[in-house]
Design a protein around this ligand. Structure first.
Ligand code: GDP
Ligand code: MG
Length: 598
């Protein structure tokens, strides 16, 4: 395939606007799969992705397409993750494209991530094809969406393709627009190799499969390649195209997208955004835009049963093979024993890691309250960056404390303005500005402490806007703040794993909240349990769990043996998820309950 017949594109959209469904239709339409084998959302492979309806790992596929002009094209669809936690990966995928399909739901219209994605596409100078999806819905309002495409996105609404990915309407028009409106790649196969890594995943049989876009040069099996930033050299075993399965090919040349296999043991040995070149004839400079992604949310992982520590260590090691973004080090707690301190890209990433360790690696985990990374200027002139409350500096040594801030963009219907501003102010939002992208809607830009949004901000936003609010954010800087460490005492014993770093004026609110939640989560035991919140030794909140009287089987008098047995089994199962802290059983759920919205 020659460059004029290649198109590299991505589909971008606000969540749920139909990106995955459209991708599946394109795959189906280009004859990659028959009706029979067609499974909904082919590209979203992991169970968790299917259940949550979001794309976590991106998948790439080369679609063969014979266009109206009779020419045969290779359309490289580069799928991007659909969540702000993974925005750097999205940016590298877009840097590998010449154009995007910008999908807008015909009944929902333009949303915060529609705009955020549009800006990203514009930064990369991509051709943008608006696609109005879900026109089959009775609530579809194509004229309203065209108006928004014109007013808010500044794109020509007449170029928008009307489509229903679900019903298969407009798919041919989408494919034709890709060929007609997205420019073919530019590049020179005669120049030294430079190829951009936009993704990598671990295959248990072949090792790491690296996804990349070739900008210049040619890559062949047998070549010695150098990853420029990571500064490692590998011998390429295989290069090829992504079809439904991988399809080996003798070479990949300028303009093309595909994979390589080179005996790489873990994805941590690759860096999304790195440049691949030939060791013998290297490119003069790496491709622009490389960035090392850094975790922003931290939490400790402990096995529920202390003797499962080794098994957790092994599970993490295996899991890490496929997730370069997860970082971890050993951690230990007086209450929970040996564990690991982990860093995540965001709360979704944290959820994914926890869920996969439990489901795929059979681990029973306790996860401590997530924290952001704070910075401290100490009286001796030194600085400390701390994400683990256990290492909170002695308050007398703290000169200044700093916390990370984000800039958030929220798009909401005007009628929810009051409720949303109230939420933002509760979360210590500052410097808000407003714009009115179209009648009836407001865009709020506001700066917020990251710690205030990592927990349940998005859920709360959805609640107060009845699902209509949308949200996107970027990290901006660290700002001076007034922080304290909130400790939790259970029957006068400090449970270090329940400590959190909080904004001083919110310490009492948090203390009350945690005590109340723990009261709900910790089952009654044979003695009274006092739960207290304390800052610097001073008690600021308390709750009490009274002792229990009856055992669970007392309720089912006599006859019903199965019910009795079921109850006992349930109790046993529950026990497995309990952790003895001193002489008190604390269920796994208690450690995370504090963060869930009411
Ligand atoms: P994504 O989050 O952008 O990948 O969205 P999905 O492709 O997962 O779609 C979100 C939901 O919208 C799913 O329930 C789809 O079945 C549904 N959906 C997608 N396209 C259409 C469409 O054209 N019409 C209708 N009625 N529903 C659609
Ligand atoms: Mg999806």
């Amino acid at each position: 395939i020659h460059m004029p017949n290649i198109r590299n594109f991505s589909i971008i959209a606000h969540i749920d606007h139909g990106k995955s469904t459209l991708a599946d239709r394109l795959i189906q339409h280009t004859g990659m799969v028959g009706e029979r084998e067609f499974r909904d959302q082919l590209l979203d492979t992991m169970d968790i992705e299917r259940e949550r309806g979001i794309t976590i790992k991106s998948n790439t596929i080369t679609l063969p397409y014979k266009a109206k002009d009779g020419e045969q094209y290779a359309l490289n669809l580069i799928d991007t993750p659909g969540h702000v936690d993974f925005s750097y990966e999205v940016s590298r995928a877009l840097a590998s494209c010449e154009g995007v399909l910008l999908v807008v739901d015909a009944s929902q219209g333009v949303q915060a991530q529609t705009l955020a994605n549009l800006y990203l596409a514009m930064e990369h100078d991509l051709a943008i094809i608006p696609v109005i999806n879900k026109i089959d819905l009775p609530s579809a309002d194509v004229n309203m969406v065209k108006e928004q495409i014109d007013q808010e996105l500044g794109l020509d609404p007449e170029l928008a393709i009307l489509c229903s990915a679900k019903e298969g309407i407009g798919i041919e028009a989408v494919l034709d627009a890709i060929v007609a409106q997205i420019p073919p790649p530019q590049g020179d196969r005669g120049r030294p190799l430079s190829a951009l890594i936009f993704d990598a995943y671990y295959d248990p049989y072949r090792g790491v499969i690296v996804s990349f876009r070739v900008f210049d040069g040619v890559l062949k099996a047998g070549d010695l390649v150098r990853f420029m930033f990571h500064n490692a050299v590998y011998k390429v075993e295989e290069v090829g195209l992504f079809r439904l399965q991988r399809q080996p090919s003798p070479e990949l040349a300028a303009g093309m997208v595909g994979y390589l296999i080179a005996g790489i043991k873990t994805v941590a040995d690759t860096r999304v955004g790195d440049t691949i070149t030939l060791d013998a004839n290297p490119a003069a400079a790496p491709l622009p835009g490389f960035k090392e992604v850094k975790p922003v949310v931290f939490s400790s992982l402990y096995p529920v049963a202390s003797d499962d520590y080794q098994s957790l260590a092994e599970a993490l090691e295996k899991y890490k093979l496929n997730d370069a973004a997860l970082v971890y080090t050993k951690d230990s707690s007086a209450a929970l024993g040996q564990g690991f301190r982990c860093g995540f890209l965001g709360l979704l990433h944290l959820d994914i890691v926890q869920e996969r360790l439990e489901r795929e690696y059979n681990q029973s985990l306790i996860m401590t309250t997530p924290s952001v990374r704070y910075k401290f200027q100490l009286t001796d002139g030194s600085e400390a960056a701390i994400d683990n409350p256990q290492f909170y500096p002695d308050p007398v040594r703290i000169q200044k404390a700093f916390e990370p801030f984000i800039r958030a963009a929220l798009i909401i219907p005007e009628r929810y303005m009051g409720a949303v501003m109230k939420l933002c102010l509760e979360r210590r939002g500052v410097n808000s500005t407003f714009s009115y992208p179209s009648p009836g809607r407001i865009e709020i830009t506001i700066e917020l402490p990251l710690a205030e949004v990592v927990f349940d901000f998005y859920d709360r936003l959805k609640t107060v806007t009845q699902g209509y609010g949308s949200f996107d954010y970027e990290l901006i800087d660290y700002r001076e703040s007034d922080l304290v460490k909130l400790d939790i005492l259970v029957n006068s014993e400090k449970v270090d794993a329940l400590s959190t770093i909080v904004f001083k004026d919110k310490a009492r609110e948090w203390g009350v909240r945690i005590c109340d939640r723990l009261k709900e989560e910790i089952p009654r035991q044979q003695f009274k349990i006092a739960i207290q919140g304390a800052v610097g030794g001073k008690i600021i909140s308390r709750s009490t769990i009274s002792a229990f009287r009856k055992d669970v089987t007392a309720k089912c008098y006599g006859g019903d043996i199965t019910r009795k047995r079921k109850l006992l089994e349930k109790q046993k199962k529950g026990k497995k998820r309990m952790k003895m802290v001193g002489n008190i059983m604390i269920p796994q759920s208690a450690f995370v309950a504090v963060l869930r919205s009411e």
